[in-house]
Design a protein around this ligand. Structure first.
Ligand SMILES: [Zn+2]
Length: 160
């Protein structure tokens, strides 16, 4: 069976930056399962997957606009250093979970000045091109219910 609109596709994947550093892969998180043709996958990858079958591999390079979006300067915030009093060994490049009025966000310590810390809430791959390598592990037709919902029901039930 070939991948077409409304196929449920299972993929081995590896997400890399252009230098080849691996950011995410199915080795850690397990295969990625999605419903084809419903915008769940980056558009540049989804179009390449159409017509592929089990065992086929694809490698695509995606620009920032097709991956994690542009780098946004206004996602950088200056925070007084005393706010990090309970963080051991605060250093530039460190990743932290920051709590704000709308939840917890992953942020990076971009710069440390005397009494100011600049934190950055951009995705670490924002503004960067990425490479994605995938291998098709399985393809099946989506059920009527999955197609109506626009997502996969992994264990036969709707989890969202
Ligand atoms: Zn559902």
């Amino acid at each position: 069976m070939k991948i077409e609109k409304n196929s449920v596709v299972e993929l081995d994947y590896q997400l890399m930056d252009v230098e080849g550093n691996v950011w995410e892969s199915s080795k850690e998180g397990g295969p990625w399962v999605y419903l084809h043709g419903h915008g769940e996958v980056m558009p540049g990858l989804e179009s390449q997957l159409t017509g592929k079958a089990i065992g086929q591999k694809i490698r695509v390079e995606l620009g920032p606009e097709e991956a994690y979006g542009p780098y946004e300067d206004d996602l950088k915030t200056e925070v007084p250093r005393e706010a990090f009093a309970d963080v051991d060994n605060l250093a530039e490049g460190m990743r932290l979970a920051a709590e704000s009025s709308d939840g917890v966000h992953a942020v990076m310590v971009r710069e440390i000045r005397d009494d100011i810390v600049i934190i950055d809430a951009n995705h670490p791959l924002a503004g960067k091109a990425v490479k994605v390598e995938v291998k098709v592990l399985s393809v099946r037709a989506g059920t009527d219910e999955e197609i109506a919902h626009g997502h996969v029901h992994q264990h036969g039930t709707c989890e969202s």
